[in-house]
Ligand binder design. Structure first.
Ligand SMILES: NC(=O)c1ccc[n+]([C@@H]2O[C@H](COP(=O)([O-])OP(=O)(O)OC[C@H]3O[C@@H](n4cnc5c(N)ncnc54)[C@H](OP(=O)(O)O)[C@@H]3O)[C@@H](O)[C@H]2O)c1
Length: 280
């Protein structure tokens, strides 16, 4: 059964990005092919992958197997630290586009800033060239702190479309969200359900709201991301949970419910992976 499509958000460089899509880590090629095909069949139009996930081939096959025309789908992929450089980014594009078997990539992200390597600005210059050449429709960052984003903008004069960051009700990242909104950069949450841990889905506040509304805990958390104006990419390989996670767009949370969920924040960057230290 096909559900209503997720609404879209207009990106700075003109592309329309669906507000909710399918995450694909840690699926392998075969699993990704299956999961992507069923998700698109249920109404998903945004798919999130990365060179690092090792499943771009499967994602591309799933997109084709879905039967939905390429121009109705939005695929995001990400390049690794070995690809930080102008020429390296072109090669990364060719490699990922080849695996996905697409001519253009909708959104290409720098997966992690790897500041100790100090090459992310050159990687971004490479993305700008791909954008100018029409090979990608939108460009962006992932796991970049405001200081990293500031530097990218100051040194290139081009504002990224998206920054994809770790964000859930226990890590609400208020300062980063405010900063990105001021810059007109779309904030996209990864691990929106708290990743593979069940803690968030068993949280007392979440389950209370879920029971009161006849929704599942995952739906309450994902709708909270929507109320905050975010884009997000929950991962599920299960067709029923995929449909559940997309069934968010004919109801909403009250301001009090949003505030109660936001109050689960642990404060500061507690629990957030530190991109000064970690990255690939
Ligand atoms: N940019 C980055 O550095 C970065 C880092 C990590 C992740 N990501 C992206 O973000 C995506 C999402 O993050 P994530 O996969 O870490 O975590 P997540 O989406 O928060 O959670 C995924 C987990 O929740 C389960 N799940 C999903 N829907 C559910 C539901 N309705 N009810 C109960 N359980 C449910 C999934 O299991 P089932 O599959 O069994 O349903 C899976 O174990 C990734 O897949 C990836 O595309 C990006």
């Amino acid at each position: 059964m096909t559900q209503p499509l997720a609404p879209t958000v207009a990106l700075k460089n003109g592309a329309q990005m669906p507000r909710l899509g399918l995450g694909t880590w840690p699926l392998d090629d075969a699993e990704a092919e299956q999961a992507v095909a069923t998700a698109i069949g249920s109404g998903y139009r945004l798919i999130d992958t990365a060179f690092n996930y090792g499943n771009e081939t499967g994602v591309g096959r799933g997109m084709k197997a879905s039967g939905v025309p390429r121009d109705e789908l939005f695929v995001t992929t990400k390049l690794n630290k070995e690809d930080h450089g102008v020429d390296e980014a072109q090669r990364a594009f060719e490699r990922s586009a080849g695996k996905l078997d697409v001519d253009t990539i909708d959104l290409l992200l720098i997966h992690w800033p790897n500041p100790q390597q100090d090459r992310y600005v050159d990687a971004y210059r490479g993305l700008v060239k791909l954008l100018e050449d029409g090979r990608v429709k939108a460009i962006g960052l992932s796991n970049f702190k405001p200081a990293h984003v500031d530097r990218v903008i100051a040194e290139t004069g081009v504002v990224p479309d998206v920054n994809q960051i770790e964000l859930d009700p226990t890590k609400t990242r208020a300062e980063v969200r405010t900063y990105l909104a001021e810059q007109g950069i779309v904030c996209e949450s990864w691990s929106p359900l708290g990743g593979r841990s069940d803690d968030l889905r068993h949280d007392a506040t979440i389950t209370r709201i879920a029971e009161a509304r006849g929704k599942t805990p995952a739906q309450i958390v994902l709708r909270w991301h929507m109320e905050l104006g975010l884009v997000t990419v929950p991962k599920s390989a299960d067709p029923q949970r995929q449909r559940e996670n997309l069934a968010l767009f004919d109801w909403s949370l009250t301001a009090d419910e949003v505030a109660a969920i936001t109050a689960l924040d642990q404060g500061g960057d507690v629990g957030v992976t530190d991109s000064e230290e970690f990255g690939h």
